[in-house]
Design a protein around this ligand. Sequence first.
Ligand SMILES: Cc1ncc(COP(=O)(O)O)c(C=O)c1O
Length: 380
Amino acid sequence: MYFCPNCGDPLTIVYDKNELKEVKFTGKGVWRYRDVLPVSSENAVTLNEGGTPLHRSVKLYNEIGVKDLWIKNEGLNPTGSFKDRGMTVGVTRAIELGAHSVICASTGNTAASLSAYAARAGITSFVVVPEGSVALGKLAQARAAGAKIVKVRGNFDYALKIVRSLAAGTTETYLLNSVNPYRIEGQKTIAYEIVEEYGVPDWIFIPVGNAGNITALWKGLKELKSMGFIDRLPKLGGVQAEGASPIYRAFAEGKDEIIPIQNPQTVATAIKIGNPASWRRAMRAVKESGGIMLSVSDEEILEYQKRLASKEGIFVEPASAASIAGLARATALNMVKKDEHVVAVVTGNGLKDPESLMKISAEEITIDAELEALKRVIKG
Ligand SMILES: Cc1ncc(COP(=O)(O)O)c(C=O)c1O
């Protein structure tokens, strides 16, 4: 059972107050937070996920116009995205339940992550992806790990719909999309890491697709506050791609419900989602935090993908650049003030999806293998 029979939202794991007494953090990465995770760490299926770097921005902060910007680089997780935080907990749970196989619908990164953790656990993984809309690197990762890859004629939303139906009422094939509450538990550890390393910024910016990650981030932050580790919460900046932005649109129009987008379009294939499963939880998180939803164009996404690499040395995939592009938009609109402190989460590694960048980046120069020819190039 993954969904509430009353409201239809994905289930959330809630702890008894006593369970969160005397919480200690020891070790590194996601399992450092084992005391606030709902599975035993003894049999954890792990690839040492989490513990990703938080880089201080050296140039972009100034260009964007904020006093202090830090970039949480989730692309340095074992399979190259934040999904690993959720999968280590989710696949550990699958094994606890005695599942024979695991399944997900995916825009690519979930598939890459699930298949790696399933391989490690020695169980079968099925990944259901929209045909023609998944970056090659991610497909290669799933293939290498031995996943059974199923391509659906239709977009991600259709893929998730059939996978959800298949997994309902059985634990034999365990569903590990972010509608699975154990995924959210693992992913919430990003909040713990940010707080331990930085403290509480004024804002956290994060890309939004199916809206599991922003839900997890907010859950982690609220837990930290309820346990007394922090006494205030940051505002959330959730960023969608313009052609796949149903949550932003509802937020901007002051509506309580999203209108799903039938044919979402964006170069950022990881967040090309028209009917996000966790939209209600995302909307609630953003509103509770006093934050904002934003949308950014493909041009802005690609521009900030390039700038992140050329100004900060951080190569991310297009969906990840949405958080920085969104921050730039928010400062331009004076929604984020110059003197505020910001952490932006970049979610996935650029090596997974280099295609769009290759179309816009600088031309390469070919020379004969001669010193003089090389000298001419260096001299310009
Ligand atoms: C790189 C990347 N960024 C952001 C997201 C969006 O995360 P969520 O679907 O949890 O909102 C995804 C989801 O696939 C992703 O792969």
